[in-house]
Structures are given as C-alpha cells and as structure tokens.
Design a binder for this molecule. Sequence first.
Ligand code: ADP
Ligand code: ADP
Ligand code: MG
Length: 459
Amino acid sequence: MALKRVLIANRGEIAVRVIRACQALGIETVAAVSAADRDSMAARIADRAVCIGPARSSDSYLRIDALLATALGTGCDAVHPGYGFLSENAHFAAACVENGLIFVGPSAENIRQMGNKLVAREIAHEVGVPIAPGSPHISEFSTARAIAEEIGMPVLFKAAAGGGGRGIRIVHRHEELRGAFEAASAEAKAAFGDDALFLERYIGNARHVEVQVLADAQGNVIHLGERDCSLQRRYQKILEEAPAFDLAQSLREGMRETAVALARHIGYRSAGTVEFIVDVDRGEFFFLEMNTRVQVEHPVTEMITGVDIVAEQLRIAAGQPLSFTQSDVRTEGHSIECRINAEAPARNFAPSPGRITEWAPPQGAGIRVDSHAQRDYVVPPFYDSLIAKLIVHGTDRADAIARMAEALAQFEVGGIDTTIPFLRQVLAQPDFAAGRINTNWLAGIAEDFIAEQAEEPHA
Ligand code: ADP
Ligand code: ADP
Ligand code: MG
C-alpha cells in the first residue's frame, strides 16, 4: 500500500520539508494553514491549502476538530504532524486513527508513554537504560528538600510533561529550592497544562547526545547513529552536528544499543529520537527522554547517511517494511546544522518578526537550506522564530566547520534581525573547533556577544 493524500498539520520549514518528501514519493498534499499563513510557501507548493482558523495556534494549528474535518473533507488518508504543535499529542494521534486516518508517527500509546518524562524514565529503567539519579513525582514541596539532599546539589526541577526546554529550573542552593519549584510548576502549568515536577541530578560538564531510530510496523528497529546537540541556550538547541565527535566507543555503542532496545521494548513504529545526557567527567550516559516525532535537526543525520528520514516515516506509515538493514547504514563525513531564527541576538535574542526585504541564502556543494522564507515574506509574530536551517556536509568536522563559516558569511538577510551574526561568532571560536564544548558553553558566548554589541551600538 502507498499513501495517496497527506494532510500537513504544521507550518513553516517543516511543512515545506514534508510536502517535498510527499512530492518525491508521488503523494498528494493538503496544507492546513492558519489565516496568517494563507500565502505561505507551504500553501503555495501543496496541491491544496485549506484555512483552518485564525492566526493564534490555539485557534488553528492546535485545533484537532478542524484538522480532522479538513483531512476528511479533502479525502486525505493520512496526517503528518511535523514537530511541535500536535506532533506529540496522544489524543490527536488517537483521533486520527478513530476517524480512519493514518497518523504518520507512532501509536497514541507510545506517545502517551514517552510524553511523560516520569513514565519514560520508568520504562527506560526497566529496559536497562541508565537514568540520572532523580525523584518520582514531587507533589508537595516539603518532600523536595529531602530528595535534593539525597541527590546532591545542583539539581534540576523538570516538568513531567515538558518539552522545548520549558519547565526546567536549575537549583544550586537549598534556599533556592522553593522559588525554583514554584517557578517551574507555574511554567509547566502554563505551557503544558500539567504542573507535575520531578528532580534530577544536574550534570555540569555535560554533552547532549541523541540517537535517531527508525522502526517499521513489522518490528524491524534500526538506528542511524548519533547527533551532538550540546550547543544550547536556555535548554534549546541552536547548532547540531552528526556524528557526535570524540565519543568513547563504549558510550557510543551503549547509547545506540539502549536506544534500539527501548524502541523495541515499547513496540515503537516510525522515526524517533532517544536523547541522552553524557557526563563527560565520569564517562557515563543517562537517558533524558524520547521524542516521538521527526526532530528539527534530522537533516544532519540525513546528510551523513543518505537516508531520507521523512520519506521513511511516510513509507512506514503506509505499512511498508524498512528497505535496508542496520548493516546497510553507512555514514560519510560530518554535518552541521545552524538554526537561523528571526531574533535580535544583540537585544537578548528578542523576536524580530516583519518583512524580509532581502533574502540570499548560500548555495554550493555540500550546502542545504531548509526554509519557508523568501524575499518579501513577512515573518508572523505568532509562532516559533525559526526561519531557516542551514545545513552543511564536509569530509570531516574541520571541513564542515569551514564550510558552515563560509555559508553563514554568504547568507544575506535584510529587513529583520537574525541569529546569523551570533552563529558566525560561535563558528569562529577556537574552543568550538577543538570540540572543547559542553551544554553550558554557548551561554557564555551569547553573554560575550551581547556585551560586545552593547559596546559598539553602530556595529
Ligand atoms: P527538537 O527536539 O526537534 O530539537 P525542539 O525541542 O527544538 O525540537 O522543539 C521543536 C519545536 O517543538 C519547537 O517549536 C518547540 O517549542 C516545540 N515543542 C517541543 N516540545 C514541545 C511540547 N512538549 N509542547 C509544545 N511544544 C513543544
Ligand atoms: P526537553 O523535553 O525540554 O527537551 P530534556 O530533558 O530533553 O527536556 O532536557 C533539555 C536540555 O536540558 C538537555 O538537552 C540538557 O542540555 C539539559 N538537561 C536536561 N537534563 C539535564 C541534567 N540532568 N543535567 C544537565 N543538563 C540537563
Ligand atoms: Mg529534549
């Protein structure tokens, strides 16, 4: 069986990415767009576009009823949720299936299990995946103090329902526990409608390493190696690379094996990512979470493996078995992705929506740009600030860094502020080239950048 027509339940670059993958497979597409995205690239390149509601996400991209009605009314047989929005919403996945639509992703049950970090930690532990010292659900603040004492400072409060770096608070001293507890639970309640928190040991010198898995409905589970996503600001990824460099073989193999074991154990289907935190000083890795969707940074894996992850998602959703085995997977060279956001890095990364008056993305061998932007495109203020992903492929890490630096220098955007100047500064750091980085490193570079810009207001 093959899919005939897919509803794209998302916007921005990932909507464009999924439509292109459908086109390559001969699948028709219907773009579900908000009123703010009527003239978007996704609306233009899809076979059809249907407006599902006003600009606000809660009135459009998050409206399960409107999306289902659109899918059914336009004769779609499947729905691709992209990332963010409803991609990790178990109710949406279940509602699709109940209405006879194929949800391009895992089962609602798997989304529910992995969508709660506490449940996911428990399942990971059952399968033998190492988990960081932490707590169960902390319902009363009074229990937090004793648990923090046991784990040892610093600790993190994390939202069980968390995602996108929200609902995470670091605590260095016992006096800060209550304030952090209250702030994290309020943020979790507002962002996820669920204020459940737990504690985890904070690993200071850490790298974020994640394993891409693919699993089909026949029970075949493979991995496509790992990515390093340690360059983060406020727990959000800014730059990602594949493969993860300078990693002990035992750690690499441990993460690969446990990621596949976890996916197999829960009967996972589709593309998914198992995220780990690597304690660099102790040479240990711990399970963070599993993202049950395509990730923003999937292209770096595609560049080095040659596997089209979105096309595989679509084939798997149609019931087709993976066309290759683990031993067929080979990687070549090194890939880096930079997230280009419509933000003013000099103004503490404030959003910078508005009309793009100039748009000249770099071109050339080993360069890929995933974007929905173009000249005269107006970046709406309502959504995520990602306007493009710049991806390069080099023969090795040094070559990829050189190509990225050159590609960023060529990338001309006018009319709005972007993170390009900041990314150029990151790429120019000797510590980055030497791989002397961890999950805290980028925050320091960002502070320096903001301070320098404040000194030269006309630069
Ligand atoms: P990735 O894990 O693919 O790197 P991010 O963490 O950057 O993805 O998230 C991708 C998008 O999804 C962002 O727009 C982010 O705000 C959003 N997002 C991620 N998780 C959630 C969640 N649980 N609820 C709401 N939005 C989320
Ligand atoms: P989210 O669902 O928001 O992506 P994660 O659990 O994946 O939440 O954590 C996001 C980021 O927070 C990680 O990539 C890492 O940089 C940091 N982080 C999470 N847990 C820890 C920890 N125990 N120690 C140090 N940093 C952590
Ligand atoms: Mg995460």
